[in-house]
Design a binder for this molecule. Structure first.
Ligand code: CMC
Length: 430
């Protein structure tokens, strides 16, 4: 049962409604606070701010719990596939056989990029980062579907747009990789399933089909699935923010790709491998690096460690660590970077610095090692994260667009700049 909270300000008492989420999360509703009291709240980095109500994903960071639409991530990782999970997130339910077939067919029917888009790829310099190409090209796709721009008609074309975006992000990603390596592009094959098709587009040669090892396909599918949603993180909140202006789905999700790119967010998977490679090249077993990561003046952080919400082991990291051991064993790969990662983890978890701050491995700590074993190049790691996250972004986009009382997102600020200055003509300026 929710009750009201009381806030005393300048001798007056304000009554603020509270609410409780279905998993017991408690919130104070301050939406009328400014109108009533003239005060706003300040929460830099939004650590204490609920920006929305959502039915998609639940995280309990203290207990290390993650559920998509109520289903534990561990169960989905073991029993499900990325495409099934995409349906679960976007449509709100696990698909039955007919629904899954329909959804898979929609993905296949929409996998080809408009042929004219090939010219856009030509404009990027060789070695352009594929995240830059990905975000630009997702936005460019919207130019070919003018009906997208009328977002008041969103409900009429939502399913097809969602399928188009999920399917084409994978085509764009593979084309971006081929382009950055000066390789001819591979078109998708309708007979292949989602993840197998991506591997084909990435790695088939004109004279030799990429041999699709089921272990490799399953491992990459698992990575997509584990990244599929993660509630209100930096990129998803960006998607929701852009969507709140009634921008189209492609524009909103392209913004999500940009937000994901940074090394504190999705870019951490690339940064982890770079860090492990540096440690390996320097001959350090990780101990020196741990000391540097504890020293705020060193400019180093233990990448792949820590999380705003998890103050416990990230459940995705647990699954990925196990998968990492299995995949490397099956592919008979002995990667010294995995040994360094394990030593780093072991050492960090004994250090008071990490214990006191509740810093544990996150999803990015081991995912790069699997991707490296699968032959995915380093600069594509964050792109893989983006492909995986697309269903989550689309599900959040849908929630924003279908919220009847939805308002544009527009935070306030506490202004701390100069007050009422006069314009000084250029000749008189110092
Ligand atoms: N290495 C060393 N110290 C750290 C680390 C780290 N990886 N992460 C946090 N800290 C320290 C931080 O300096 C601070 O110390 P103090 O209290 O003495 O000032 C304390 O721990 C709390 O950290 P914070 O920076 O206030 O935490 P945050 O919630 O603002 O940031 C984070 C979360 C994930 C950005 C941060 O932990 C980090 O930079 N980690 C490394 C990058 C990384 O792995 N990012 C991927 C996150 S998971 C994938 C995703 O969803 O994006």
């Amino acid at each position: 049962m929710s009750s009201n909270a009381e806030l005393k300000l300048d001798g007056k008492t304000y009554s603020l409604p509270t609410l409780i989420g279905t998993e017991g999360e408690r919130a104070v509703d301050i939406s009328q606070l400014r109108a009533q009291s003239g005060h706003i709240t300040l929460d830099e980095g939004y650590g204490n701010t609920g920006a929305c109500k959502s039915k998609i994903t639940f995280i309990d960071g203290d207990l290390g719990i993650l559920r998509y639409r109520g289903i534990p991530i561990e169960e989905l990782a073991e029993k499900s596939t990325f495409v099934e999970v995409a349906h679960l997130l976007i449509m709100g339910k696990l698909p039955n056989s007919a629904e899954l077939k329909r959804f898979s067919d929609l993905l296949t029917q929409n996998e080809l990029l408009h042929e004219d888009l090939k010219h856009n790829f030509e404009g990027f310099p060789r070695h352009a980062h594929p995240m830059a190409i990905l975000s630009s090209m997702i936005n460019a796709v919207s130019c070919f579907y003018p009906e997208l721009l009328d977002t008041s008609m969103h409900k009429n074309h939502f399913e097809i747009e969602a399928a188009r975006l999920i399917s084409q992000v994978r085509t764009i990603a593979a084309f971006a990789y081929r382009k950055s390596h000066g390789l001819p592009i591979n078109y998708p094959k309708p007979a292949l399933k989602y993840t197998a098709n991506f591997l084909h587009m990435m790695f088939s040669k004109p004279y030799e089909e990429y041999p699709l090892d089921p272990e490799v396909v399953r491992a990459l599918d698992l990575i997509f699935l584990l990244h599929a949603d993660h509630e209100q993180n930096c990129s998803t909140s960006t998607v929701r923010m852009v969507a709140s202006s009634k921008a189209n789905m492609f524009a909103s999700c392209a913004a999500g790709v940009c937000a994901l790119w940074g090394p504190l967010h999705g870019g951490a998977n690339q940064a982890v491998l770079e860090m492990l490679g540096e440690i390996h090249a320097s001959g350090d077993d990780g101990c020196k690096f741990i000391n540097a990561a504890k020293d705020k003046n060193s400019g180093k952080k233990l990448m792949g460690f820590g999380h705003r919400v998890y103050k416990n082991y990230d459940p995705r990291a647990k699954i990925i660590k196990k998968a990492c051991d299995e995949v490397l064993a099956k592919l008979k790969i002995n990667d010294p970077l995995l040994d360094i990662a394990k030593k780093l983890e072991e050492a960090a978890l004994k250090e008071s610095y990490f214990i006191e701050r509740k810093l544990y491995p996150n999803v990015d700590f081991y995912s790069g090692i699997i991707m490296r074993a699968l032959g995915i190049p380093l600069e594509m790691f964050t792109v893989i994260f983006a492909i995986g996250r697309m269903p989550g972004w689309i599900a959040n986009y849908r929630e924003v667009m279908e919220e009847p009382a939805g308002r544009i997102s527009r935070p306030r600020q506490v202004y701390v700049g100069p007050v009422n200055q006069q314009y000084v003509p250029i000749k008189e300026r110092k």
